[in-house]
Unconditional design. Structure first.
Lengths: 193, 134
């Protein structure tokens, strides 16, 4: 099981990359109480029959790992969301893509910590399987609204590559500066037991 | 740190680029590949990637690329990484954390010594082929 919400995001977004998509969008929106996530891709999608099975941890299409009998990404996410009063929905159409929507109740004691957002976004941007990734990050609280949005292609255009230490460090600093700018909108939440 | 604009990022990039070109005479490229499958993520592969960037940057090592791959088939010793550098065998290290990252940079990359406690290998070639690269 993953320890942080950001690990779930990384895992599920990778699914989208692996679905032969040319464009993946990740919405990461935090408000007073909830963290709302949308992961949308234009990849191969799934039939309704497959869609019914993907939440079963003992289901896998067997393509990526031929002898493996488990597929844990989505089941992990669903279990964590259900344990902590959040919500989850998934819809998909063959050849059109897949949409995963979920929310975590940030006031629930059982909700995992969000974790390291910068490194998560960094890993996603530099994933060689990601053809195009647009991350939209928003925070909206009583202190105001902060927002940033960047696509992989525009960052790649500036940095030239996503594998040398120097460009990765620059990208990390860049993402850190974006996140630091959002700290002013953070609020102290009362955790409900 | 003030919020960086794309233009500032572009300027920083060209600044770094020119200082890099001066040093690239040393040549000899290497590669660090980090297993970023579900198992790797759950075990802390993200922290490992972050630690590699910090350590390589701190040591001024710029001719190593850091990339990611899926599960290497060694889920029981995640996070796993593969180090491919000249004059050393291609090596897979398991149970890697931020401390081990420092060791790998110092011993493997700089001193050219293997770190025995974390040494793991791919399953032997016959099993490897039979199991379909799992």
């Amino acid at each position: 099981m993953h320890r942080y919400i950001s690990d779930f995001i990384l895992d599920i977004t990778q699914n989208s990359f692996e679905a032969n998509s040319t464009k993946v969008e990740l919405y990461f929106c935090e408000n007073e109480r909830y963290l709302n996530l949308i992961i949308k891709d234009n990849g191969s999608g799934m039939t309704s029959d497959v869609l019914k099975k993907v939440l079963d941890p003992y289901y896998t299409d067997g393509i990526k790992h031929k002898k493996r009998k488990v597929g844990l990404g989505l089941p992990f996410l669903v279990q964590s969301v259900h344990e902590s009063g959040g919500s989850f929905e998934i819809s998909s159409k063959p050849n059109e893509g897949t949409l995963v929507k979920c929310s975590f109740d940030l006031c629930n004691i059982d909700t995992p910590p969000i974790g390291d957002i910068c490194t998560t976004f960094l890993v996603l941007y530099c994933d060689p399987k990601a053809k195009e990734l647009i991350i939209k990050r928003e925070i909206k609280t009583s202190k105001g609204r902060g927002y940033y949005e960047y696509s992989k292609s525009e960052l790649l255009d500036i940095l030239g590559d996503f594998s040398t230490v120097s460009s990765l460090c620059l990208l990390r600093d860049f993402l850190k500066s974006q996140e630091e700018d959002l700290i002013q909108y953070n609020i102290d939440r009362t955790i409900i037991f | 740190m003030a919020k960086m604009t794309l233009e500032e990022l572009r300027n920083l990039r060209s600044l770094k680029q020119s200082s890099l070109q001066k040093r690239s005479i040393e040549g000899k490229e290497g590669q660090i590949v980090i297993g970023m499958g579900t198992c790797g993520i759950a075990a802390g592969a993200k922290t490992v990637l972050d630690a590699f960037l910090s350590e390589l940057d701190a040591q001024g090592i710029t001719n190593i690329s850091v990339t990611q791959t899926g599960c290497m088939g060694l889920c029981y010793v995640e996070p796993t990484i593969e180090v491919i550098v000249p004059n050393m065998p291609d090596t897979i290290y398991g149970k890697v954390d931020a401390k081990v990252v420092k060791l790998i940079v110092k011993e493997h990359l700089i001193n050219h010594k293997l770190i025995n406690d974390h040494l793991f290998d791919r399953p032997s070639a016959d099993i490897y082929a039979k199991d379909g690269d799992k």
